[in-house]
Design a protein around this ligand. Structure first.
Ligand code: ADP
Ligand code: MG
Length: 699
C-alpha cells in the first residue's frame, strides 16, 4: 500500500494536472491512496433491469434495456435540446439532452441495444429521462457498472469541470487496472482471522464496485472496524505509554486539611457518587502514576465539592494546586465559594484572572514560586508562562470543553514531574465521543444528584403566552424567588424578530417596575460584570437579564426560573446547561423556553426533547444524532482530532466499543507492540500519525 500513498494522482489515467489540482483543492486528494479512500456516499442498485412499462412516479434511478427508435433536435439557442425515443417490448420513453448534443447525436447507434440509466421524471403525462448514462450492450467488453453503482461526493467546482461521480468511478477503476496483484494488508493476519474480516484488497475493490449488498456490508464492516480500531489503538497506546513512562507524585497521606474540612466544614453529607469518585481519585494519586481523569457529572451534581476535597489531599501532601475555569464569572464564583467553605482553615487561596491588577499579579507570582500560595483559582491566565509554581501537584480544570485539549498539555508542563490532572465536564458527552476525544483519560461519573432536588419542570411557550409568563414570574418573585432571563444575542442581528438583550432589559424593567433588574453580558468590563452578578447573588436584584455568559457554573440556589428567549437559537446542550442554573435549591424550579410560532423541524425536536427529559446524557445522545459528532459542543473548538471517512460515531457505537476492546486486549499482551506479528500495527500507527492525525492535540 505504501507505494499507493506516495503515487501522485496526476499520473493516474484520466486525471492529469488540471483535474489533479481540483481534486487536491476540493477534496484534499493527492495520492492514489487518497482517492481509494474517497468512499462512495451511496449506491444505486443496477443489478436489476426494469421494463419501461414498470416505470411509476415512485421510481428512483433505474436501468432500462432497449433501442433508440428516433432522434430529433428541437428548439433554438438556449432551449435547444436533443430528444430520443427509446423503446423496449413494453413501451417507449423519451431521453432528453440539453448539452453535448452534437457528440451524442453522432455517437448514437440506431441499430444497437443500449443499457441506459437515470432517474425518470414525469412530463406532460409521460416519462422522460434527462441526460441518462448509456452503455452499448457489447458482450465482448466488460462493463464497469453492474451490481450496485457507487455515487461519490463532488463539489460544484468539480461538476463545472465535468468531474462528476461517474468520472470518479472511472478513476477508481483505473487505479485497480494500474497495478498487478493485491493491495497489501493493513491489519495483522491474526486479527483478520479472529474477527473474520474481509481482506483489505477485497474490501477496497468491493466498496467501490460491490456486486451485491451483502458483500458491500462485509467490506464496510472491515473498513469501519479498521478505522475505529486504529484510532483506539493510538489513543490507548498513548495512555499505556504514559502509564509506563511517566511517574506521578504519590500522595501518600490524607492529612489534617482534608480531615479538618471533612469533620468541621463540610456543609452537607456527600452523595454516594461523590464519595465513590473521591475514592477513585485517591486510588489514582496514590498509585505512583500521573492521574489523567475526566470527571463527568450533570449540572448541579456537585463537582466543585469533589474538586475542593481533592485539592485538600494535594495540600496534605505538601503540594500546590490550582483550579482553572473558563470564564471570569465562574472563576470568581469558585473563589468566593471556596473561600467560604474553607473558613477557619488558614489557607492561602488567591484568584488570578486576565483582569487581576498588576500588583496583585506580581504578588501571586512571587508567592507561587516561594510556595507560600497553596490554592490558585483562575482563568486561562493560569496558563501563561510567567505563572510558575514551586511544586504543583494537582490541576483541576472545570468545564473542560471550553478549553480544548491542547491546553491540558500546557498545564502538565508546569512541573518537572507532571501534576495530576482532573478535568471536570458538565456537558455530558455521548459515550462514543468520550471514548474517542477523551479516550486517553480514565473516567469517573457522578450519576447522582444531591438529595432533595426536585426535577426542573420545563415548558415550551410561544410568544403570545407572554402575559401568562409575566404573571408566573411575578408570583415566583413574590414568593421570594429570583429569575434568569437569557437572550441569544447582544447586538441587534439582521433579523428583527430576535429579541436582543438591551430591548430585553428595557422590557423587563417596564413589565416589572416594582422589582430590580440587573444585566450581564460578555462585553461588559469585569468589574461591571462582577457588580451585576453581585447584585443578583446577594438577592438585591430579582431578575437577571443575561446572555449565555451565565451558561456554565453560575450558582444562585435561590433562583427558580430560567426563561430562555428565542430558545430555538440555542443548541441542545446549551439549553441544558442554561436550565442547569436553576433547580439548585430546595424549591421547585422551572425552565421556560420561549419561541415564535414558526419553528423548523430540528428546533421543534430540540424543544420537545428539553420538555421531555432532564437527563443530560440522554440529551447529549440526542444532540449528537441531530447535529453529528463533529458539531457537538466540546468538539467545535478543539476539533475532532481525526477525520472519520466511513465509520460514524452515532451509528457505529457498538463497533467502536468492539474496536476499543480489541485494541485494549492487544496492548495488555504487548504494551510496546514489540511482537513480530504486531509490527504491522506499529507501521500503520506511524503512517496514521504522519498523515492526518495530530495526536499532540489529545495528549
Ligand atoms: P456542578 O456539578 O454543576 O459544578 P456544583 O458543584 O456547583 O455543581 O454544585 C451544585 C450545588 O449543589 C451547590 O450549591 C453545592 O453546594 C450543592 N451540593 C453539592 N454537593 C452536595 C451534596 N452532597 N448535598 C447537598 N448539596 C450539595
Ligand atoms: Mg460546576
Amino acid at each position: 500500500m505504501s507505494e499507493l500513498s506516495t503515487k501522485d494522482i496526476t499520473y493516474l489515467p484520466g486525471v492529469g494536472p488540471k483535474r489533479a489540482e481540483l481534486l487536491k483543492k476540493e477534496l484534499k486528494i493527492q495520492s492514489y491512496e487518497d482517492l481509494l479512500y474517497h468512499f462512495p456516499y451511496k449506491y444505486v442498485d443496477r443489478s436489476r433491469t426494469y421494463k419501461i412499462g414498470e416505470i411509476s412516479s415512485t421510481s428512483s434511478h433505474i436501468q432500462l434495456r432497449g433501442k433508440v427508435i428516433s432522434l430529433n433536435s428541437m428548439g433554438q439557442g438556449r432551449s435547444q435540446r436533443l430528444v430520443a425515443k427509446f423503446a423496449d417490448d413494453t413501451g417507449v420513453i423519451e431521453l432528453v439532452w440539453f448539452k453535448y448534443i452534437k457528440q451524442i447525436k453522432s455517437g448514437l447507434d440506431p441499430k444497437a441495444e443500449y443499457i441506459i440509466f437515470g432517474k425518470p421524471s414525469k412530463f406532460n403525462q409521460s416519462y422522460n429521462i434527462v441526460h441518462p448514462e448509456m452503455e452499448k450492450v457489447d458482450s465482448a467488453k466488460p462493463k464497469i457498472t453492474f451490481g450496485l453503482q457507487a455515487f461519490y461526493n463532488t463539489t460544484e467546482k468539480m461538476k463545472n469541470s465535468y468531474l462528476n461521480s461517474k468520472t470518479i468511478q472511472k478513476m477508481q477503476q483505473n487505479i485497480f487496472l494500474s497495478f498487478q496483484g493485491a493491495l497489501s494488508e493493513s491489519l495483522p493476519a491474526y486479527i483478520i482471522q479472529q474477527y473474520k474480516l474481509m481482506l483489505l484488497d477485497k474490501a477496497l475493490r468491493t466498496i467501490h464496485f460491490p456486486a451485491d449488498s451483502q458483500v458491500l456490508q462485509q467490506a464496510q464492516f472491515r473498513l469501519k472496524f479498521e478505522e475505529l480500531f486504529y484510532i483506539q489503538l493510538s489513543i490507548l497506546r498513548l495512555k499505556t505509554q504514559r502509564k509506563l513512562n511517566i511517574s506521578g507524585h504519590t500522595f501518600t497521606t490524607v492529612g489534617d486539611y482534608f480531615n479538618h474540612f471533612f469533620h468541621h466544614n463540610l456543609p452537607f453529607e456527600l452523595t454516594g457518587a461523590q464519595k465513590r469518585v473521591i475514592r477513585e481519585i485517591r486510588h489514582d494519586v496514590g498509585s505512583g502514576r500521573q492521574m489523567n481523569r475526566l470527571l463527568q457529572g450533570d449540572v448541579g451534581s456537585g463537582k466543585t465539592m469533589v474538586a475542593l476535597m481533592v485539592m485538600l489531599i494535594a495540600l496534605d501532601n505538601n503540594f500546590q494546586t490550582c483550579l482553572m475555569a473558563p470564564t471570569e464569572i465562574l472563576a470568581s464564583q469558585h473563589f468566593d465559594s471556596i473561600i467560604e467553605l474553607l473558613q477557619g482553615m488558614d489557607l492561602n487561596v488567591k484568584l488570578l484572572t486576565g483582569s487581576s491588577k498588576k500588583k496583585d499579579r506580581e504578588q501571586i507570582h512571587a508567592e507561587l514560586q516561594s510556595g507560600k500560595l497553596q490554592i490558585l483559582i483562575g482563568t486561562h491566565a493560569l496558563l501563561e508562562d510567567v505563572v510558575k509554581f514551586k511544586n504543583l501537584g494537582m490541576v483541576i480544570i472545570d468545564e473542560q470543553h471550553r478549553f480544548g485539549v491542547a491546553q491540558r498539555a500546557r498545564l502538565w508542563k508546569k512541573n518537572s514531574i507532571p501534576p495530576h490532572v482532573l478535568v471536570m465536564t458538565a456537558t455530558p458527552i455521548p459515550r462514543t465521543l468520550a471514548m474517542t476525544v477523551y479516550g486517553d483519560l480514565d473516567v469517573s461519573v457522578i450519576d447522582e444528584l444531591p438529595p432533595g432536588r426536585k426535577p426542573i419542570q420545563t415548558k415550551h411557550y410561544f410568544h403570545n403566552h407572554r402575559n401568562n409568563l409575566n404573571r408566573f414570574i411575578k408570583a415566583e418573585i413574590d414568593n421570594g424567588r429570583q429569575i434568569y432571563v437569557v437572550y441569544p444575542l447582544i447586538e441587534e442581528s439582521e433579523k428583527m424578530d430576535y429579541k436582543n438583550l438591551a430591548e430585553g432589559l428595557e422590557y423587563m424593567q417596564s413589565a416589572f417596575p416594582e422589582y430590580t433588574t440587573a444585566m450581564v453580558h460578555g462585553k461588559m468590563k469585569p468589574a461591571e460584570k462582577d457588580a451585576a452578578m453581585q447584585e443578583f447573588t446577594s438577592g438585591r436584584a430579582h431578575i437577571l437579564v443575561a446572555t449565555t455568559v451565565i451558561e456554565v457554573g453560575v450558582n444562585v440556589p435561590n433562583a427558580s426560573v430560567m426563561v430562555i428567549e428565542s430558545a430555538e437559537r440555542f443548541g441542545l446542550s446549551q439549553l441544558h446547561q442554561l436550565r442547569g442554573r436553576v433547580g439548585r435549591g430546595v424549591d421547585q424550579s422551572y425552565c421556560i423556553l420561549m419561541t415564535g410560532h414558526k419553528l423548523g423541524e430540528d428546533s421543534k425536536k430540540r424543544m420537545s426533547i428539553m420538555v421531555d427529559t432532564n437527563d443530560g446524557f440522554e440529551i447529549a445522545e440526542a444532540d449528537m444524532k441531530l447535529r453529528g459528532p463533529g458539531d457537538m459542543e466540546g468538539t467545535q473548538q478543539s476539533g475532532l482530532p481525526f477525520d472519520l471517512k466511513i465509520a460514524n460515531l452515532t451509528r457505529d457505537s457498538q463497533l467502536l466499543q468492539h474496536a476499543r476492546n480489541v485494541a485494549n486486549a492487544i496492548l495488555d499482551k504487548d504494551p510496546t507492540l514489540e511482537n513480530p506479528e504486531n509490527q504491522i500495527l506499529k507501521r500503520q500507527l506511524t503512517k496514521l500519525a504522519r498523515q492526518k492525525l495530530n495526536w499532540s492535540l489529545i495528549s
